[in-house]
Ligand binder design. Sequence first.
Ligand SMILES: *Cc1c(COP(=O)(O)O)cnc(C)c1O
Length: 368
Amino acid sequence: MTDDDLRAAALLHLRARTAAKGDPVPEPLVMAAMYHLPGDPRGVNGYGRSENPTWEGLEAALGHLEDAPCVAFPSGMGAISAALMATLRAGDRLILPSDGYYTVRNLVGQFLEGLGVTVETRPTVHFLDAGFEGAAVVYVETPSNPGLDLCDLGAIVRAAHAAGARVIVDNTTMTPFGQRPLDLGADLVVAADTKAPNGHSDVLMGHVASRDADLLARVKDWRKVSGAIPGPMEAWLALRGLETLELRFDRMCRSAQVIAERLADHPKVQAVRFPGLPEDPAHALARQQMTRFGFLIGLTLADEATAERFIDGCALLQPATSFGGVHSSAERRARWGDAVPAGFVRLSIGIEPVEALWQSLAAALDAA
Ligand SMILES: *Cc1c(COP(=O)(O)O)cnc(C)c1O
């Protein structure tokens, strides 16, 4: 039995710890802009932009999984914006992955550089090479997306802290059930709960987690003053999704291992990236810092037309951007301008029984 097993089990009984007799077993959905507030306003819910009991239910569940207090945001980018606004000021230097989630680079380029933040980008595989001297914030995403390169989180945290920089880790692709950056010393974790944590492709959500109380208070203040708050209904749905994360994520990661191994042997496939393959360049590091190998697979087919025929021809693949849903999905990342071959497909493995999924994938590959 692992710590993840204990966390997953206790998650389903969190509310019982504080429930009063007659309370609903599930988290109630509280839709409120105003609260009943006579007299001294301190210590109770005051206004819907500052407090909402349904967010707090979601944050309690996320906090249980992260083993750290969390602040929920209406999207992954909402969480990332808050983490950067809470840690950067004019004159600071920020180091970003050149091959990470591209909207983060857009956010910084379109808005933060104009406020006096300087930015340096580096590929994930060489993230540590030049050191972090002079940096205020080091922002890491491992595995990178969509290339699935890894970098050594523990070593990056040590080098960044020695240089006086804070470390933010985007843990979206792994979730707390696959990788635990705060345990490796990261200052902030950010994540898009839009992906596997919600898991049903119907809600956007995000969170920031930290064991640094002052830093997390700043993140929460940013939410309150910027007004970037989750809708209670979306928070309620995300919490419902989160309750089955471990079950879904476990199935998705196990299936991805089986499918990656078979894809690697398929004659139509030129290359496969999956950290769980022993021959993958990131495998040794993945074994060291991840507790599962994830559900994303990168595969390279001959060209654009072959890749599109494969995606469109597979009855059990949703052609869609984004990932982490219960349904398997795929897309050709070069269509967004990612620096990958035209025939590169990012495959997100869902919860379909694995033999049925493989049969469908193999038939589409054979016909592509
Ligand atoms: C999707 C994603 C985000 C952004 O999340 P949204 O909910 O779409 O704002 C950030 N980082 C990574 C790694 C993602 O995959």
